[in-house]
Design a binder for this molecule. Structure first.
Ligand code: AMP
Ligand code: ZN
Length: 468
């Protein structure tokens, strides 16, 4: 079994081997914290969380270093801070805390590092200085620009031909740019905007250089895997790679040896909603924060992994319903095997093969269903093994950590729970008074609520039935 990953740079699925199996490095571009995250923002987070879990299983928990950054220098944060009359850190802290709690509800493990642009400013400035010193960047009108002509491989990652980039940039090219494709590394802050000191005057970094500096500061180059949404491929990742590579070139010299920035590049497809990419600028967003109030986080996680991470995924009510049913099916199998102690075993081999095939989560999910069926048809000692295998496999993907009984009661809100408890108590009273008609009527009422009552010598307990 070997892990194979589709690499955007070479446009091929390649066997994954880390540069150093004792220090496996993964970086994923994270959110700009000026607002609540929508479910599309959660897609890369959940997909790369599956990869993080898989790598930890293969190389050991402490061997995998995962950095997921936070963009906390941004016009949208500035605007919000100005509107509320608070420092930008107040806005960033607020939405970062909400973001982390929302992602935790989706079963996402905390990354090893969560670097922030504002805490990386020295490294950002040092990196820009190296680029200026070796001729890969130039200073013009208070701006520092990356000289795209200095990097022969510019455009190689995204496959954008230079002519397209020039055509795309033709409108409104800033006069201080030597080439239309050149991009900003440092720019002066407008009055009332946050400002940092630099050798080029007070200002703020461009977005791309932030990620390059955070990568070097937390992980060091080259990294094994760089991930993010497909929308970031150009210009963000193209620029990250260009400046990240060029910052290490000698002054006036040619590059020595192989210039590798990230050994694998991975990009997730869009989550679409109503025929369009879900995005804050289009306004067609469903917030994780609100969804998680109505739907268990595990159901949302399932829904995000139903499709392969590279394919587009359509977000619909039906997807959520199907995902809930899928988990009911798995928890149902566990509940019917509640008296069986799970044997401690590893994940199922076919399941692992599916995940290791470029994170084929739909195929892995099909294997989970097959394992649930195997558990139900197993007899004797085989049941302990079957249960262990189902749990180990599902856990590796971040599923089935709940107690099955708690799962089926999880969909019940406080009001309904109080009503059910009341009906159960009334029924116990009716039975003590031998009022069988009333007891039956109450049971019928509970059945209509999809509640199953289990009588025992000291009273009764209840549980929610699986939906057919
Ligand atoms: P942003 O806050 O817009 O910079 O996005 C943060 C992360 O979410 C990036 O990796 C984006 O590629 C990703 N992302 C944003 N919108 C979507 C979407 N609709 N589907 C999938 N990924 C998305
Ligand atoms: Zn980035």
């Amino acid at each position: 079994m070997t892990l194979a990953l589709y690499d955007t740079l070479t446009r091929a699925k390649r066997t994954f081997t880390p540069a150093d199996p004792k220090r496996v490095t993964l970086y994923v571009c994270g959110p700009t914290v000026y607002n609540h995250a929508h479910i599309g923002n959660a897609r890369p987070v959940v997909a790369f969380d599956v990869l993080f879990r898989l790598l930890r299983r293969t190389y050991g928990e402490t061997a995998v270093l995962y950095a997921a950054n936070i963009t906390d220098v941004d016009d949208r944060i500035n605007r919000k801070a100005a509107d509320e009359g608070v420092p930008i850190s107040t806005i960033a802290e607020r939405y970062l805390a909400i973001y982390n709690s929302d992602m935790a509800r989706l079963g996402v493990l905390a990354p090893t590092f969560q670097p922030r642009a504002t805490q990386t400013m020295e490294a950002i400035i040092a990196m820009i200085a190296s680029l200026v010193a070796n001729g890969s960047a130039y200073v013009a009108e208070g701006h520092v620009l990356f000289n795209t002509q200095a990097y022969e491989a510019y455009g190689k990652l995204s496959g954008h031909p230079m002519e397209d980039m020039i055509a795309g940039a033709r409108v409104d090219v800033a006069p201080y740019k030597q080439h239309p494709a050149d991009f900003v590394l440092w720019k002066p802050s407008k009055p009332d905007e946050p400002v940092w000191d630099s050798p080029w005057g007070g200002g703020r970094p461009g977005w791309h250089i932030e990620c390059s500096a955070m990568i070097e500061q937390t992980l060091g180059l080259p990294i094994d895997i760089h991930g993010g949404g497909i929308d970031l491929l150009f210009p963000h990742h193209e620029n990250e790679m260009a400046q990240g590579v060029c910052a290490h070139r000698q002054v006036g010299g040619t590059p020595e040896g192989e210039e590798v920035y990230s050994r694998y590049w991975m990009h997730n497809g869009f989550l679409n909603f109503g025929d369009e990419k879900m995005s804050k600028s289009l306004g067609n967003v469903v917030l994780v924060h609100e969804l998680a109030e109505q739907v268990p986080g595990e159901v949302l996680r399932w829904a995000l992994l139903v499709g392969h991470y590279r394919a587009p995924l359509e977000w619909t009510g039906d997807l959520i319903e199907q995902s809930r049913k899928a988990l009911d099916r798995l928890y149902g199998a566990l509940r019917r095997a509640s008296e069986v102690a799970a044997e401690s075993t590893g994940p199922n081999i076919d399941f692992l093969n599916a995940l290791e095939d470029d994170l084929n989560t739909p195929a892995a999910m099909a294997e989970l269903f097959a394992m649930a069926t195997a558990l139900e048809t197993a007899r004797g000692d085989d049941r302990a093994y079957a249960k262990g295998e189902l749990l180990a496999s599902a856990n590796l993907m971040g599923f089935l950590f709940s107690d099955p009984e708690a799962w089926f009661k999880g969909g019940v809100d406080a009001e309904l729970k109080a009503r059910i408890d009341g009906l159960i108590a009334d029924r116990v009273t009716a039975r003590t008074e031998k009022d069988w008609a009333a007891a039956d009527r109450i049971r019928a009422e509970l059945t209509a609520l999809n509640v199953e009552v289990m009588d025992n010598p000291t009273g009764a307990t209840w549980r929610i039935r699986e939906k057919p």
